[in-house]
Write a protein that binds this ligand. Structure first.
Ligand code: PGA
Length: 258
């Protein structure tokens, strides 16, 4: 696990976008795993800028989003399909047919989940999975207690997540209680992972996830088991890491290639 700590969200977003851009440039048919929430927004904004100003093309990539609310149609302004179109898909040259987001409106949820898993497999797997982290340690919508080998399935949102996400809705009661989410095992299958966390409110859970024991009570902690994870933190999100000076030292002495 490489932990990179930078002073500002802007610097983290620029580096995150740079990592995505290098991958997409070297492998134009990259399969990206995408996340919603506030955290990745500045990364998408930087990627859009690189598309507009430097000709970065996404025309051959495929993307899979982590999750979607059950019961919200793609044109609902709080659905994750809508979010992705607003912040990324409609602003770049991606083929909309190759942007996969679970469909939270289907009758047969379990069929939708197995179709989603099959589609990821058919595309050759996810090359880079972008992740945020919930204040309860969730990745995707894998709430505490999720099986560490779970696959795409229905989950019930934890009350902490409902409270956190209420800011996107007019009222807390409007936040759907259920979602479809890639499982922890699905996320672990990605060839590489980029976890982003910004701000003081994430400092506690970031420290527990990176330096604490691996436990299903903090699903993000399982990333310690993955071979290729980069964690990108601003100073505030990194403030409770006991070994933050070491991580800074490692990054500033990083050999050009290894
Ligand atoms: P946030 O959400 O980026 O809005 O903080 C992260 C998450 O719930 O995964």
């Amino acid at each position: 696990m490489e932990v990179i700590i930078l002073p500002s969200i802007e610097e983290c977003a620029n580096l995150g976008a740079c990592m995505v851009s290098e991958l997409v440039t070297s492998k134009p048919n990259t399969v990206l795993g995408l996340a919603t929430g506030s955290t990745p927004i500045p990364v998408y904004a930087e990627l859009v800028r690189l598309h507009n100003e430097s000709g970065l093309s996404f025309s051959k990539i495929k993307s899979f989003n982590l999750d979607e609310y059950i019961g919200l149609s793609p044109d609902h302004s709080c659905s994750y399909r809508y979010f992705m179109k607003e912040h990324f898909f409609d602003l770049i040259d991606i083929e909309q047919d190759f942007t996969y987001v679970p469909n939270g409106m289907v009758d047969d949820i379990s069929e939708e989940c197995s179709k989603y898993e099959s589609a990821i497999k058919k595309c050759g797997g996810i090359d880079l999975q972008i992740l945020g982290i919930g204040s309860d340690g969730h990745i995707g919508f894998n709430e505490p207690g999720s099986s560490l080998s779970s696959r795409t399935r229905i989950k019930t949102l934890a009350s902490e997540t409902i409270r956190d996400n209420a800011r996107f809705f007019d009222d807390e009661d409007e936040v759907p209680r259920h979602c479809i989410t890639m499982g922890v095992g699905t996320i672990l299958d990605a060839k590489s992972v980029l976890l982003l966390a910004f701000g003081e409110s994430k400092a506690d859970i970031v420290a527990k996830s990176i330096e604490g024991p691996i436990t299903s009570m903090i699903p993000a902690s399982v990333l310690q088991m993955h071979q290729n994870v980069t964690v990108l933190l601003d100073d505030k999100a990194a403030s409770k890491l006991s070994r933050r000076d070491y991580y800074r030292d490692v990054y500033s002495n990083k050999p050009d290639s290894y």
